[in-house]
Design a protein around this ligand. Structure first.
Ligand code: SF4
Length: 495
């Protein structure tokens, strides 16, 4: 028998797992527990104060210091779904349906912790270094959890999770995928392997931090591709170098052949680049992808040069070679046989490489949660779910995740994407089905809520929420306000 005097297990009905939980114990997801026969959500409901300040880090300690429980104190709070709990099955009204007046308009926010089987993360990694080929599999603990997708400008991209990995593979694949997503979304570091065999790369990803690639922390994001770098800095090299090569795995730039060089009257140098010429002064495939100069596999830039043309080049020709981050550079002068020989770098060229490096932004990992909120959780908002979808499309309902602005994809459904760094810390949970638990809030006018068949009889005034065990955080640095009238079509005079 437990301390509370009962050995009765209670059944949690917040997700399909339906745990039986003994007194003093928590369920399989560690979100719910049996406290003397009462089912309790272990993390407190999180509200965002509408005062200045950054998000307060939270590690499960409950209310923040100095909090006196007065959520109305001169500021308008926003009730997030973090810690709100989940209703299951979904026809039950969402855990919190909260109203308050905002600048003369009665607004309501419907909050729930959605259980997402259809979800994943998109990861943007600011680096030139080769982390894997497009479509390479990304693995954690030997299980596939996603793949490399199309690179963006200066960044490698991963698509991780999704219903195929959560439900379509082995039990272990689903569990490992869910755990990796959870840790990434809660801003923890996750080590993963990209590719396999002789082109496997070890990668550590943590939201807001530099990636660690094969044990080396990345420092800088490229200033631009090789061609763009020529375009930006061409004038700085005039009079100090006869030719400049920006080594880039994608588009290597050559000053003397590039349009920038032509317009600045840089004469031909007879340089020969070993790559596929695209347009003048722009070359593809000068080497293999790798972790060397400009995302290539080379550490000696001369490997991308063929012999200089003897009829054009001249002894003493000055050649500068730089990577796309300015971190690697070398200066040469041609000897009597027109072979580049290392030489001391003139001071103006040294300064130029420093300017390139200065123009590079710090390399960071960005983790964006993406999930489908257009399914059954809509029933917790309204008895007629498609009306919620239409209301979102009509800009009458605003969707946020933990108070952070969610991008709603066009087309059908309510497919949302949100930067986890805009959300309160520890916003995400999981259930062992497996699926991720993520906060979702729908905010709209009370009149619109009534019109779409919302659970209006369950609306509570925001003052009532003050009785809950609350965690209080400040607005995020981007100061998005889900209740701002500007989010809604009616604010533009369109009812
Ligand atoms: S996994 Fe969590 S939410 Fe689901 S039934 Fe168990 S305790 Fe409740």
């Amino acid at each position: 028998m437990s301390d509370s005097g009962t050995d009765e297990k209670i059944r949690c009905d917040a997700c399909p797992v339906m745990c039986y939980i003994a007194d003093g114990k928590s369920g399989a997801c560690d979100r719910y527990a049996n406290h003397a026969g009462a089912l309790v959500r272990l993390d407190p409901l999180t509200i965002i104060e509408s005062t200045d300040g950054a998000m307060v880090p939270f590690f499960g300690s409950g209310m923040s210091d100095g909090w006196d429980g007065d959520i109305i104190k001169g500021a308008r709070p926003f009730i997030t779904a973090v810690g709100a709990g989940t209703t299951y099955p979904d026809y039950k009204p969402a855990p919190f349906i909260v109203s308050q007046e905002v600048d003369g308009v009665d607004m309501v926010t419907v909050v729930t912790e959605g259980i997402f089987s259809y979800c994943g993360v998109k990861v943007k990694i600011d680096t030139d270094r080769h982390i894997g080929h497009e479509r390479d599999v990304v693995s954690v603990d030997g299980e596939p959890i996603g793949h490399v997708m199309t690179s963006e400008y200066g960044s490698k991209m991963l698509s991780l999770g999704g219903v195929e990995h959560l439900t379509g593979g082995s039990k272990k694949e689903g569990r490992v995928t869910c755990d990796a997503l959870l840790r990434l979304c809660n801003r923890e570091a996750v080590e993963m392997i990209v590719g396999e065999g002789d082109h496997a790369t070890t990668l550590i990803v943590e939201a807001g931090k530099a990636p660690v690639i094969n044990g080396t922390p990345e420092r800088l994001m490229r200033v631009g591709c090789g061609s763009a770098t020529i375009g930006m800095f061409a004038k700085q090299w005039l009079d100090h170098a006869d030719d400049v090569v920006i080594v880039d795995d994608h588009i290597t730039g050559v000053l003397s052949e590039h349009e920038a060089g032509k317009q600045l009257d840089v004469p031909p140098t007879g340089i020969k680049i070993l790559g596929r010429r695209s347009t003048p002064g722009r070359y593809f495939q000068v080497a293999e992808p790798g972790t060397g100069w400009g995302g290539t596999n080379i550490d000696d830039p001369l490997k991308i040069l063929g012999p200089f043309k003897p009829k054009v080049a001249w002894p003493g020709l000055r050649l500068l070679m730089i990577s796309t981050t300015g971190e690697q550079f070398a200066y040469y002068e041609l000897d009597a046989d027109l072979v580049p020989q290392p030489a001391p770098m003139p001071a103006p060229l040294q300064a130029s490489t420093e300017i390139i490096a200065e123009n590079c932004e710090p390399s960071v990992c960005s983790v964006l949660f993406m999930g489908g909120a257009g399914g059954s959780l809509r029933a917790g908002v309204t008895e007629n779910p498609v009306r919620l979808t239409r209301s979102v499309k009509d800009s009458l309902t605003h969707v946020s995740c933990g108070g952070a602005q969610a991008y709603v994809w066009p087309g059908g459904g309510i497919t949302v994407m949100v930067d986890v760094l805009d959300m309160p810390t520890m916003s995400f949970g999981y259930v062992p089905t497996p699926a991720l638990v993520a906060p979702v809030e729908f905010t709209l006018r009370v009149s619109d809520y009534s019109a779409l068949g919302g659970h209006v009889s369950h609306i509570r005034p925001v003052q009532d929420v003050a009785t809950e065990d609350l965690r209080k955080v400040g607005p995020n640095a981007r100061a998005h306000n889900p209740m701002a009238h500007g989010n809604y079509r009616w604010s533009k005079g369109d009812a």
